[in-house]
Design a binder for this molecule. Structure first.
Ligand SMILES: Nc1ncnc2c1ncn2[C@@H]1O[C@H](COP(=O)(O)OP(=O)(O)OP(=O)(O)O)[C@@H](O)[C@H]1O
Ligand SMILES: CC(=O)N[C@H]1[C@@H]2OC[C@@H](O2)[C@@H](O)[C@@H]1O[C@H](C)C(=O)O
Length: 383
């Protein structure tokens, strides 16, 4: 069964599309990645999306963007299918994450009319109509419905594919947000630890956009950060953010580390007379330090010997150097490619897997990762 997994992450850089062929071999699910591509969003769409993914966006804008993104995702899939040399009839299912516009999976005790919630848009009906292919999407709400955070979900794939009987591993994804899946040696589904560690590339992207007046929207290969110096005093203050000290399960997003937060940091740096290049170096360090600190804890407590990285942050050489230098030398830090999974395609492959399982009415969440009270079948279908 061929499934097109579509991931549009918190970076808002575009959609990742993985066409994955699933097969059942001796009762076990096997899969092959047939094609992967990233379709970038055009500049104006990205700008509009940035306006929508902030709290207090008027509902007409969210509702309209839901329909527009449905079209955009459908066009992306049609393009990927063509590029892969396939026909739409070859694709059995589209599995789409959608675009998170709001994520607050926490109970507010003082308001009986507020509920833990998460919202991903890009209407599945529109995608089905435009492509003629059944679509599964809207995964996270079902996990939230059973007390979970609805995130991170990819640890389900990490556990299924990468648990080891020989040694402890951590799978890391550095996207807009960074997250970890800790797989202790001989881990069972109950003793996985997974959570978002804090910002990934999100703040760096905002700073680079402001520094270059929109000419660049990310720090290509970490070249700008490499030219700057980390302002240690400011970094220490940034690391006092309460999120880093919270215990898992926990998840975060643009609500805490998005444009508003980045703008506040930019203004702080302005007041402190920190040069623009040093600002970029410092927020890059904020990512690798907060991530590295979490990793060090698991290296010690869970006997982790191998770390595998995926997500766009892997391409940022300054980020990777900072992280590697900070971690103990005897722990290997590699791309997830070393485990046989393309580091850019991993999340899109994960959503193809969730779709495949959901379509076959099989559970696809990992309660230990999200804090859900039980396994559930995530995903809704548009035929
Ligand atoms: N060559 C590169 N050099 C530096 N950074 C890069 C490079 N390529 C990609 N990135 C960074 O990676 C980001 C995209 O990463 P990715 O696609 O993994 O995130 P995402 O899936 O949108 O986020 P999330 O996983 O948090 O939902 C870009 O916004 C950019 O900051
Ligand atoms: C609510 C939401 O969209 N969360 C994303 C986000 O981007 C990274 C991190 O924050 C992770 O928690 C999650 O995505 C990945 C794909 C996940 O669920 O594993």
């Amino acid at each position: 069964m061929k499934v097109a997994g579509v991931m549009s992450g918190t970076s808002l850089d575009g959609m990742d599309i993985a066409i994955v062929d699933f097969q059942k071999v001796n009762g076990k699910i096997d899969f092959e990645l047939c094609y992967f591509t990233t379709v970038p969003y055009e500049k104006e769409l990205k700008a509009r999306l940035e306006e929508v993914v902030v709290p207090n966006t008027p509902s007409p804008e969210i509702s309209s963007m839901n329909m527009l993104l449905g079209e955009v995702f459908a066009d992306g899939v049609l393009l990927a299918v063509k590029e892969a040399g396939l026909q739409t009839a070859d694709i059995d299912l589209i599995s789409t994450h959608g675009q998170t516009v709001f994520h607050d999976p926490v109970f507010k005790k003082d308001d009986p009319y507020y509920r833990p919630n998460t919202l991903q848009i890009g209407d599945i009906g529109v995608i089905a109509e435009k492509t003629g292919i059944p679509v599964i999407g809207d995964f996270r709400t079902r996990d939230v419905a059973v007390g979970g955070q609805g995130a991170p979900l990819v640890p389900f794939l990490d556990y299924t594919l990468f648990k080891s009987e020989q040694l402890g591993r951590v799978l890391v994804n550095i996207g807009g947000i960074s997250n970890v899946t800790v797989l202790p040696k001989s881990a069972s589904a109950e003793n996985i630890i997974a959570y978002d560690t804090g910002p990934g590339n999100m703040i760096i992207d905002a700073f680079v956009t402001w520094h270059t007046n929109g000419e660049q929207c990310y720090d290509k290969d970490g070249q700008l950060a490499a030219k700057g110096n980390i302002n240690q005093e400011w970094l220490k203050e940034l690391l006092a953010h309460t999120y880093y000290g919270e215990s898992p399960p926990k998840s975060t997003g643009r609500e805490q580390f998005g444009t508003e937060y980045a703008r506040d940091l930019w203004n702080q740096a302005e007041k402190r007379n920190i040069s623009k290049i040093d600002r970029i170096a410092t927020v890059t360090a904020l990512t690798w330090y907060s991530l590295g600190k979490a990793l060090k804890k698991h290296i010690e407590e869970d006997n982790v010997e191998e770390i595998y990285i995926s997500g766009g942050g892997l391409h940022n050489a300054s980020m990777m150097k900072g992280l590697k230098d900070y971690l103990p030398e005897n722990v290997s830090v590699e791309s997830s490619k070393e485990l046989g999974i393309d580091s850019d395609a991993k999340e899109a492959i994960a959503f193809a897997l969730f779709g495949y399982l959901g379509f076959h009415k099989q559970p696809n969440n990992l309660p230990a990762a999200t804090g859900a009270s039980k396994e559930v079948i995530m995903g809704k279908i548009a035929w």
